[in-house]
Design a protein around this ligand. Structure first.
Ligand SMILES: Nc1ncnc2c1ncn2[C@@H]1O[C@H](COP(=O)(O)OP(=O)(O)O)[C@@H](O)[C@H]1O
Ligand SMILES: [Mg+2]
Length: 400
């Protein structure tokens, strides 16, 4: 028996209430609005909520209440708008509004079966976090480049956008971000139902010379509380069972919110970045090779090492060009980093406006659009010489 609350239009409500009773479930309450539903869920703590997938009943606050209390949500979709609405909230447990009770019954038992999530992991994929200080040094460009080069080497790769300030992987790759895959994965992780199959379902695929999976980020930055540190950690751990490499694009700020807010239980906007850095096996730290970019980088690099630990960080200086730092820019960059940061062997990626702009304009990777460009070659070398050989996963041991 499951204790239920319903949030449905009157005609549906009457039909499903009597069906639910006939199947031995207890309907604790019905609500006519999202506000009421939220209150009822918090007060009665039902086992599940059967809710119409329209903004009148299903809102982020209702979902948050259900997530907090571990209440399973089954959304009934009447039309395309309803499906989109549910997907935009990261809710994929939907069924048709005309579905009969046995169908809903299946979803109540649902994919929550613990067997699915406790299956021992056969592989342990590697996680590469791409970080950089504020000022758009090229984190997203590098993250996409690294994912595509790893995929070109034959690995199974996922690119995850964990940027809680300005997610941009989806628009850069020409993907829709109305239903952010990473937020959906976070919801499933919080209810312990995130499996490789679910990750397949909520992710997009970038199709090119090399193809990889994409967990798109939250286009609306106000949704950052959905990416709590705990959820982000949960998703990354599941990604290790899903693909050989997970590449993570993220925001810049490492500022510790605990020092800003004394409320220990308040959500932390930078929690996602810090969690991803702690969880990563390797960090690619990207700076912009100009005077301001390098000084920002050097200051933030110290904080980065505190968060992520030394020894796992590869430094990349992006957009290297003489016009910004003078003749012999490569030598200048190396010298500055060595002298002021004790950084010995940075990877240098040239400023390559035509190639990078061309890739963004067409929503493709550098590998697809300008495989011979300087920027692409530098990223390919970074992957082949530093990232892939060291972090070689056991390939071919598992094939779903
Ligand atoms: N090597 C490069 N050469 C030229 N332009 C670049 C290069 N790398 C990044 N850019 C451009 O710089 C801007 C910021 O890059 P992006 O990767 O979005 O930075 P971030 O993710 O750090 O904010 C974008 O317009 C991008 O096209
Ligand atoms: Mg970015």
């Amino acid at each position: 028996m499951v204790s239920l609350v319903l949030g449905l239009p009157a005609d549906h409500e009457a039909r499903l209430r009597s069906d639910a009773n006939r199947y031995g479930h207890e309907v604790l309450a019905s609500s006519g609005s999202a506000q009421e539903l939220e209150v009822v869920v918090r007060a009665l703590r039902p086992g599940a909520a059967v809710v119409s997938a329209s903004p009148q009943y299903l809102t982020p606050r209702v979902l948050a209440a259900c997530d907090d209390l571990g209440v399973r949500v089954v959304a009934l979709v009447a039309d395309e708008m309803g499906r989109r609405h549910a997907a935009s909230l990261g809710l994929y447990e939907t069924t048709d509004a005309t579905a009969d009770w046995p169908t809903i019954e299946l979803m109540l038992g649902g994919s929550r079966g613990p067997a699915a999530v406790t299956t021992p992991a056969v592989t342990r994929g590697q996680v590469i976090a791409v970080w950089g200080p504020s000022g758009a040094p090229g984190r997203t460009t590098l993250a996409i480049g690294i994912a595509s080069e790893l995929a070109a080497l034959g690995h199974r790769v996922a690119l995850a956008d964990v940027d809680t300030h300005g997610a941009s992987v989806a628009p850069t790759l020409g993907l829709l971000d109305e239903a952010p895959g990473f937020a959906a994965a976070c919801r499933l992780a919080s209810s312990d139902t995130l499996t490789p199959e679910e990750l397949d379902r909520v992710s997009d695929v970038y199709q090119g010379a090399s193809s990889f999976r994409v967990l798109t980020g939250i286009g609306a930055p106000r949704r950052w509380p959905e990416l709590s540190a705990e959820r982000v950690t949960g998703v990354i751990q599941r990604c290790r069972e899903w693909v050989d490499y997970t590449v993570i694009d993220m925001a810049s700020s490492l500022e510790n919110d605990e020092e800003i807010s004394s409320d220990l239980f308040a959500p932390r906007r930078n929690g996602a970045t810090v969690a991803a850095l702690r969880e990563a096996d390797r960090v690619v730290a990207v700076g912009s090779a100009d005077p301001v970019g390098m000084s920002r980088f050097l200051r933030a690099h110290v904080e980065l090492l505190e968060v992520s630990g030394a020894g796992r960080v590869d430094v990349v200086m992006n957009r290297v060009r003489a016009s910004a730092i003078g003749l012999g820019p490569a030598a200048q960059v190396r010298q500055t980093l060595a002298r002021f940061g004790g950084i010995d062997d940075p990877v240098l990626v040239p400023h390559d406006q035509n190639a990078v702009d061309g890739a963004v304009l067409s929503g493709r990777t550098l590998l697809d659009v300008s495989p011979r460009s300087g920027a692409r070659r530098a990223i390919a070398d970074l992957v082949a010489l530093r990232l892939a050989p060291v972090a070689e996963p056991a390939r071919g041991r598992r094939r779903r």
